[in-house]
Design a protein around this ligand. Structure first.
Ligand code: AVI
Length: 319
């Protein structure tokens, strides 16, 4: 199964049909699993914001360090006058750092959520008064038609945060290929990728001492109870973050601490003590695996930047 994104589809009772389908299907599998995209309801998105500021969660700080410290190099290698197409609503700190370094001709944020998109676009337009901003509400997992105003401009795709790492390889390749069709010949892509490092550092980033990541993970079970009339005893689920060396990824699971029974939308499920629901993958890369993934997705790597501790990379690639 591929982890796609589609526009919200509610039934007569206001239940998100796809959420219900994914949860019922995933809880029925031998290794229970729910696609990670469902972690991000309003509460989950708030908790993720909190995660990005945690001492253990190095990726946001490391990527911001690169965006701050390498502005002159971005200017040299990317050049002025491009339309910057950001996949996902702009982040309040990362996007301005890129825009101020390269002096783009236009900014096109793409997001599936119209509300986030408009808020981020208004914010950016206020900070860069001379810059034309064209928000596009779309599912960027598929090729997107960009506004006519930017058709003739060279493009730079921007996909920070290592969100590519939350996808299994076939989905990541599909996305990179869609980005290439969206941006067209002669375009560039600036993409964040989190690197493989010592297991303790990676694991701590997903199991912080304040318990914010645990709350983020358990919110998925709470969301199932809230939205799908579920009876999951959330107090019997423990947050687990572990390194899977075969797949080079951190996995998040919810582990039953005792045998439990519950229903979701009227369907009954059981879990043995120690059984888990797999809730997220966060793949980490070597230079070689990053290069191969980008290449399979239709992109040739041109330049690598990493933070002072070598934890995180921003990669510039050509279509
Ligand atoms: C959004 N994404 C890049 C985060 C990551 O690091 O994989 C999601 C996350 N999950 C737990 N902590 C952060």
């Amino acid at each position: 199964a591929r982890e796609g994104i589609t526009l919200v589809n509610l039934d007569a009772e206001g239940v998100d049909v796809q959420f219900r389908r994914d949860v019922l299907r995933g809880l029925g599998e031998a290794q229970k699993a729910v696609p990670a995209r469902w972690l991000y309801d309003d509460r989950g998105s708030e908790l993720f914001e909190d995660i990005t500021g945690l001492p253990e969660y190095y990726p946001t700080r490391a990527e911001t360090e690169i965006l701050r410290g390498r502005q002159a190099e971005f200017r040299d290698l990317i050049g002025a006058g491009r339309a910057v197409v950001e996949f996902g609503s702009g982040s309040s700190t990362k996007t301005p750092l890129l825009l101020e370094s390269i002096a783009p001709a236009a900014y096109v944020p793409l997001d599936i959520s119209g509300d986030f998109l408009r808020a981020a676009a208004d914010d950016l337009a206020a900070r860069f008064p001379g810059l034309p901003v064209y928000p596009v509400e779309a599912d960027f997992m598929r090729a997107v038609e960009l506004p006519e105003a930017v058709t003739d401009l060279p493009k730079l795709g921007f996909f920070p945060g290592s969100t590519i790492g939350n996808m299994i390889a076939p989905t990541a390749v599909d996305l990179l290929r869609s980005m290439r069709s969206t941006l067209g010949e002669g375009s560039q892509l600036l993409i964040g990728m989190d690197m493989i490092k010592d297991v303790a550092t990676m694991t701590a980033a997903y199991d912080d001492s304040a318990g914010v990541t645990a709350a983020f993970n358990r919110n998925l079970a709470e969301r199932i109870n809230r939205e799908l009339d579920g009876t999951i005893p959330v107090d019997a689920l423990r947050h687990v973050a572990c390194w899977n060396d075969d797949h080079a990824r951190i996995e998040m699971h919810l582990e039953a601490t005792r045998p439990i029974e519950f229903t979701v939308s009227g369907q009954a499920f059981t879990m043995r003590a120690g059984e888990t629901i797999h809730t997220e993958n966060s793949h980490k890369f070597s230079r070689r695996s990053a290069h191969l993934l980008l290449f399979a997705g239709g992109w040739s790597t041109r330049h690598w930047w990493h933070d002072s501790e070598g934890r995180f990379s921003l990669v510039l690639a050509d279509a």
